[in-house]
Design a protein around this ligand. Sequence first.
Ligand code: GLN
Length: 490
Amino acid sequence: MTNLPESVLDIAKSVRAGNCTATEVLQRSLDRIDTAQPTLGAFENIRAETAVTMAASVDTAITNGQDPGPLAGVPIAIKDCIATEGEPMTCGSRILEGYVSPFDATVIERLKDAGAVLLGRTRCDEFAMGSSTEHCASGPVANPWSTDHVPGGSSGGSAAAVAASLVPASIGTDTGGSIRQPAALCGITGFKPSQGRVPRYGQVSFAPSMDQIGPFTRTAADAAAIMDVIAGEDARDATSASDPLGDVQLDTHLNGLRIGIAREHLSDDNHPEVNDAVARAAETAASLGADIVDVSLSTTELGIACYYVIGPAEASSNLARFDGVRYGNRATDSSSLNDMYERSRTEGFGEEVRRRIMLGTWVLSAGYYDAYYNQALKVRRLIHDEFAQCFASVDLLLGPTTASPAFKLGEMADPMSMYLCDRYTVTANIAGICGCSIPFGTTQTDGVTLPIGVQLLGPVLGDATVLRCAHAMQTATDHHTSRPPNYSTV
Ligand code: GLN
């Protein structure tokens, strides 16, 4: 069992070739989860029994000479806000206690059809609102690099599970940075597809105009393998793109590629080693043949304000369905229907979600709608247009994913500082473009080693170019091979 492959591509290849079994690979993941779960808390629940059945059916298919699919035997963990038939789903919230999904999300269906083994659900910030995974009803997740630090959020459990090598891949969602930011803070690769690229059917909506499902993996090559399976039009999501993902042909050079670096992303407020990492990434890209050019994204500073109007507006409307009647938890001893709604929602939602619902309701209310919501839509257009203008002269953008490495659990007490963690990620969601965070070195703080990520952004539906570039940069460097000290034996 010691020589089992570790990556998505290698596992699928070995299982399909009959060199190892899906059951062995699954057992290794389950053993590692058993050891790590008490320390990291990455999982909301572990579905060992169903996973064993899935792995066994992959192995039977192989024995019978059938091909189980491109992800044969690859153990994958799912963020707990994506529906899987017959499994509980909490979205990190008390309000969904006891809820069991009656159907599979499109991505789940596609992963199952591709032979993946879905072994459990990962913790997240409540309804995917947060940047630290501290706002999860069942408890926080720790960063595998240092258990005093957060893994980022909101898909912190999915990121920690891959960073600690518990699984080779996991699925997260990114509405404002929730794949890229935790990927950066945990030292792994996280890909946020273009809006519409991956169908959202079965993902619990936070802000559907910005929500996207995407993979966490160690490498861009593995992310591309997952994207190949989950991307593509779906009749049940009218916003899904019909345009094919295209050939994620994984070149090892960047000849002819123009990469812009926005000066607004290299603020003096960034941790100095973050700016150094971007400089090193630019050198790597240049050494592979890319042209590096200086560009301006003056709307960067508008991102957070715009996001915190549009996001809460959409969330307040989506979360109206959690009323104690149709899903999950219902308050007892209520005196009337309205009283029951009010109590169920007050008891069921945590503080951050309540804050967003109030904010969203307020910006949509008569009298404030024009001043806030409509104004934010106009700003959204400015951000969108500036990216479009930029992508008329460069193929990709390179910059920091976050301004600093992981912070300590409990350290980011006020909501505004937490919101600002996503200053370099939210604009991609606002504009609908795609982005990938890849690890690019580490920094030492108080004797603790923490990873730093850099972000590649591509135009709408430019997903294949982003993945190709990330892959080329990973073939020329070895940052993606660094493991957290306590999980470095693999
Ligand atoms: N951290 C951001 C927020 O709190 C982004 C969340 C996300 O992408 N789901 O809304």
